[in-house]
Design a protein around this ligand. Structure first.
Ligand SMILES: Cc1cc2nc3c(=O)[nH]c(=O)nc-3n(C[C@H](O)[C@H](O)[C@H](O)COP(=O)(O)OP(=O)(O)OC[C@H]3O[C@@H](n4cnc5c(N)ncnc54)[C@H](O)[C@@H]3O)c2cc1C
Length: 552
């Protein structure tokens, strides 16, 4: 039934495109100096529910542009898997624009140089884009573009495309604002004038043309709007039934999680359309029209919370750009080092802890892993291997097809315990393996070299009687004694958390960035810090809701 609704939504969009096509003779518009609305596509690679495109089209003939910036792609947090996903999106977006009689111009180079070149041939006075909560590189680029526009009298309109609020925002009112955003009517399809810009289209380069390092991500998710819609549809009508329970293990999560993250990161789906489609399906379930309604209802509620977190975490980077390179809480400055030799083993999936290595190898081959395992990989790097979070954070960013700087850096700091407002989460790599992959299917799949190890030793091959030669030739021994290093790490971090100065700064961070859910109160923090016994036990704090079983 809901599949029919989805098909209807798609059909409606096609009719509107067709309608535009039919009318294009009437609306053919020669670009005149000054009235061109230059729409700069960034992480909003769709025409549907695209506020920027719709509003720009109301003002005049739109010239859509995507700028491929080679300098960005040399950055330490970027990779070919990300570019290849964007490339899929661009190829499809160009076809969609073609059907509307509007060319999608693609240019490769420095943004200001490209904008200057376009200005020479099309004297535009209006530049449009969404508000990008990007990494430090795109933040600085945007500052330069803003300066360039100002000098030339060009009006640059940036509009939000999610629940993130730009400028001074009040965290106390944030959730209500975000709710308003998610329930607001979606933008109608833009009424585009066919323009006859004489600009050459420009090719969409391959990653090797951009000199991006080769990336062997054989199972990468495909990009593009159609793929995004199919993924969403299969999740909210089929795959998502046991999402709430199955999201924790990497064995089940691959199918049971929505897998829409790269589509949200590059905008082939809008977060509002996802929220509204989910709510609609939830209402149908509440009316009792769907089998398994209680599981469905719980799963879709959990999913909706995560869509909320998407914006909640991005807001942190929007409010504090330094989050990408500076500890949120200064008490953790300088406590960890590079530990380069550990970094190599961790990033290749050769730590000697089978479950950790299997997770890393899956991530390398697919560009995706579930939330809990991302958290574990980050936590192992920070606590067991005592590495400063920056380099492991860059490595994980490169490996994630869905790299979203706002979520990523906030999460990296959270899992490394440097926010000061989240309880430290030190994962036990063996316990995680036994809980999430009891029979070792997942480990054997990603580490075929462990095929000969008996089930009872699959997560601790070093305890297997026949392991001596095997651990010498085939698979490494554990890089460190995980129980010992975890204990030392916990002691160090809790010693820092115990001080009065830690508390003072943490309360300010909580005011600026913390969730306002009822369960987190300032008084909770005070009680936690004053009670040494309680400090050892992860107390229920709102962020623990990120995990299924209250934590580690
Ligand atoms: C260290 C670390 C780094 C991360 N980096 C990224 C990143 O670069 N990009 C990214 O999209 N997610 C990131 N996440 C969050 C989360 O792991 C992914 O969003 C999720 O695994 C993507 O798979 P999915 O789309 O199937 O998620 P689902 O579980 O189906 O969730 C649906 C959507 O909700 C959002 N979401 C889910 N979990 C979270 C969360 N914990 N915080 C914020 N938003 C969430 C995402 O947009 C996701 O696509 C990171 C988590 C950790 C621990």
């Amino acid at each position: 039934m809901m599949t029919i609704v989805f098909t209807m939504i798609k059909k409606l969009a096609e009719y509107q495109i067709q309608d535009n096509l039919t009318n294009r003779r009437v609306r053919t518009h020669r670009m005149r100096d000054g009235d061109t609305q230059l729409v700069w596509f960034k992480r909003d690679l769709r025409i549907e529910d695209n506020t920027v495109l719709t509003q720009a089209a109301e003002k005049g003939p739109v010239l859509p542009l995507y700028i491929v910036e080679p300098e960005y792609w040399l950055g330490p947090d970027t990779s070919a898997r990300q570019w290849n996903f964007i490339r899929d999106c661009l190829i499809e977006l160009r076809t969609t624009f073609d059907q509307l009689g509007v060319p999608l111009i693609v240019r490769c180079g420095n943004a200001i140089e490209i904008l200057s070149q376009i200005l020479q041939s099309n004297k535009f006075r209006n530049l449009w884009s969404h508000e990008e909560t990007g990494n430090a590189w795109t933040f600085n680029r945007d500052k330069n573009v803003a300066g360039w526009c100002k000098i030339r009298g060009i009006e640059w309109t940036e509009l939000p495309q999610n629940g993130v609020i730009r400028g001074p925002s009040n965290r106390d009112k944030w959730a209500a604002e975000r709710k308003k955003f998610a329930s607001r009517k979606q933008c109608s399809l833009p009424n585009l004038n066919k323009n006859v810009s004489k600009l050459p289209l420009g090719s969409i380069p391959k990653s090797k043309d951009l000199k991006i390092e080769y990336d062997d991500c054989v199972f990468r998710q495909k990009g593009g709007r159609n793929e995004g819609l199919k993924t969403l549809e299969s999740f909210i009508f089929k795959r998502g039934l046991n999402y709430r329970v199955d999201m924790s293990s990497p064995l089940s999560a691959q199918k049971s999680c929505s897998r829409i993250s790269p589509h949200l990161a590059y905008g082939s789906l809008s977060i509002r359309e996802v929220s509204q489609a989910t709510q609609k399906q939830k209402n149908t379930i509440l009316e009792g029209k769907v089998e398994g309604s209680s599981s469905w209802s719980r799963s879709l509620s959990s999913f909706n919370s995560r869509l909320y977190w998407h914006c909640h975490f991005m807001q942190k980077l929007e409010d504090e750009v330094e989050l990408e390179w500076k500890n949120l809480h200064s008490a953790y400055d300088g406590i960890r080092g590079d530990n380069k030799h550990y970094f190599q083993s961790w990033s290749k999936g050769e730590t000697g802890w089978p479950f950790v290595d299997a997770c890393m190898r899956m991530l390398r081959a697919t560009g995706w892993i579930n939330f809990r395992m991302r958290a574990m990989l980050a936590s192992i790097a920070s606590y067991h291997l005592w590495m400063d979070w920056r380099k492991p954070g860059e490595q994980l960013a490169r490996l994630f097809t869905d790299y979203e700087p706002g979520i990523h850096w906030s999460q990296i700091q959270m899992q490394s315990g440097t926010t000061g407002i989240n309880l430290p989460r030190v994962y036990n790599p063996v316990k995680q393996g036994k809980e999430q992959d009891p029979a070792g299917f997942f480990v054997r799949h990603w580490l075929p070299e462990l095929a000969v190890v008996p089930d009872e030793y699959i997560h601790e091959p070093w305890d297997w009687g026949d392991a001596t030669q095997f651990l010498k030739d085939t698979y490494p021994r554990p890089i460190v004694d995980h129980l010992k290093v975890a204990r030392i790490a916990r002691e160090k971090v809790w010693a820092i958390r115990g001080s009065d100065s830690h508390k003072e700064i943490a309360l300010k961070i909580q005011d600026k960035h913390g969730s306002r859910k009822k369960r987190f109160k300032k008084s909770n923090y005070k009680r936690l810090s004053n009670n040494k016994k309680k400090l050892k036990q992860p107390a229920k704090e709102v962020q623990l809701a990120l995990f299924d079983k209250n934590g580690i």
